[in-house]
Design a protein around this ligand. Sequence first.
Ligand code: IMP
Ligand code: MG
Length: 178
Amino acid sequence: MNNDIKEILISREQIDAKCIELAAQISEDYKDKKPLLIGFLRGCVPFLAKLMDHTEIDLEYDFMDISTYFGGTTQSDTYKILKDLDSDITGRHVLIVEDIVDTGTTLNIVLPDLLSKKPASLEIITLLDKPSKRKHNITPKYIGFEIPDLFVVGFGLDYKQLYRNLPYVGLLKDHVYK
Ligand code: IMP
Ligand code: MG
């Protein structure tokens, strides 16, 4: 275990099993629909990859980079589009792939823009859900794990850009924040 980690909240094995389960559900729900998976950089990468590893249907994926969060533990209300989609989502079955839905601010900003392009459908899948922190009415259709109001790192989630590569989701030791 990484020296800065106090506790593993969700193990690699739990993540693997959950991704197999979610991928089976998506393969069923999106059979013959050629969905477009949209990931928000950079946190989505491990989850998107593992999910696709187990998804046995035709699909495409694309990325967006929207900055609403500047590497600390508090949420900023401002945002910027750093990288927009390359794909045309009109008429497509869009599935947004998130690492975590916390306050819902990111999705609240981007959903109206995506919906205005008239996708055939638009749903959200998130590895982690922190419903206790929600400020906006965002409801993911597919949820990996519901977690309490704790700051977590690993499997895509960072603190100051570190720990994204950990194969589990965990809590940082207090000294890291000092
Ligand atoms: P939102 O509050 O739903 O907009 O979440 C925005 C982003 O905040 C997420 O995509 C993460 O990048 C980041 N975030 C929220 N909670 C955590 C956490 O516990 N650890 C690391 N990043 C987080
Ligand atoms: Mg994110």
